[in-house]
Ligand binder design. Structure first.
Ligand SMILES: Cc1cc2nc3c(=O)[nH]c(=O)nc-3n(C[C@H](O)[C@H](O)[C@H](O)COP(=O)(O)OP(=O)(O)OC[C@H]3O[C@@H](n4cnc5c(N)ncnc54)[C@H](O)[C@@H]3O)c2cc1C
Length: 272
């Protein structure tokens, strides 16, 4: 049975932040609800107050600017990102990963920001965003702060976010626009499934950037490589950075094996 909670849907930022400040730790923010509502139903999450972000229009903004880069507002859904021409042109890795996230129905609700805040090691959007050097901008009644994504996620489903605070947007700089790459996700079935392990690789000029999901408590960004780095160099760095586990979906050994297999495949692709 569901426990009782209040529901608020503020339409202005001030109202949103004062509501969150008033409820503190007892409130949870609702965006697409594809994680939160599942967790409430399962009794994993028991907020006394649910505060919906979708009424605040500016949180739904998605825009690209040649100076700042891509700004993905808190309520931008995966489908909206997939449909955006500037994302398709400048950030192909985001498109690849977003197309791997769940199903059409889920993507119509699920947000990119919600995926990052959930901070699941198998979240599909973290690795490509790490490759692009994304920042996370948080806001509360006290003001705003900005952190690189790798500092925002601190552990399995853990982030630096504080009670009363939201992620208002993700900013993806233009530094690596025009780079080529791909996102490979191992699943147990051919259709939709959560990632067993995933690797994102981006080649930009003389640099290669690699990020790995589902192989450590947090998504892992490897140190940058020169574009002529050998596969063995990248695999060695990956071995040092990951700490895969055995679970119902896969063994530790198979996860490690597939990370290296994906590095081989991706390296061939970005050099073709
Ligand atoms: C059937 C199913 C299949 C799925 N498959 C995949 C998959 O293949 N790949 C994958 O990566 N994920 C998958 N997911 C997980 C989920 O869809 C994503 O994590 C989604 O992106 C979360 O976004 P949301 O807007 O629905 O978040 P919500 O459920 O609204 O929120 C999730 C959490 O983040 C918090 N939150 C949300 N937005 C903010 C914000 N702006 N500021 C602060 N806190 C916030 C909420 O309080 C809550 O704790 C699946 C989920 C389901 C139910």
């Amino acid at each position: 049975m569901l426990h009782d909670f209040s529901y608020a849907a503020p339409t202005a930022r001030e109202e949103l932040f004062s509501t969150l400040a008033r409820h503190g730790k007892t409130a949870e923010v609702l965006s697409g609800g594809t994680d939160l509502l599942v967790n409430i139903r399962a009794g994993i999450s028991t907020p006394l107050h649910v505060v919906d972000l979708k009424g605040v229009a500016e949180l739904a903004e998605l825009g690209f600017d040649a100076t700042e880069g891509l700004s993905i507002g808190a309520c931008v859904t995966v489908t909206r990102l997939l449909d955006d021409a500037s994302v398709r042109k400048n950030y192909p890795l985001l498109i690849r990963a977003a197309s791997e996230l769940a199903t059409h129905q889920l993507r119509n609700r699920a947000t990119i920001v919600g995926n990052i805040v959930t901070a699941s090691p198998c979240g599909d959007m973290s690795s490509p965003l790490l490759c692009y050097g994304a920042d996370v901008e948080m806001a509360s009644a006290a003001g705003t702060r900005r952190l690189p994504l790798q500092e925002f996620i601190t552990g399995v489903k853990q982030t630096v976010i504080q009670p009363g605070e939201i992620v208002q947007r993700i900013i993806v700089p233009t530094t690596f626009c025009g780079g080529t790459g791909n996102y490979l996700k191992l699943k147990r079935i051919k259709g939709h499934d959560l990632g067993v392990v995933a690797v994102a690789m981006l080649r930009y000029g003389k640099k290669i950037r690699v990020a790995i999901g589902s192989a450590a408590p947090t998504p892992v960004l490897l140190p940058e490589f020169p574009s002529d780095a050998t596969a063995e160099t990248i695999k060695e760095a990956a071995r040092a950075a990951i700490s895969p586990i055995d679970d119902v979906r896969c063994t530790r050994e198979y996860r490690s094996f597939m990370v290296e297999e994906f590095i081989d495949r991706l390296l061939k692709e970005v050099r073709a």
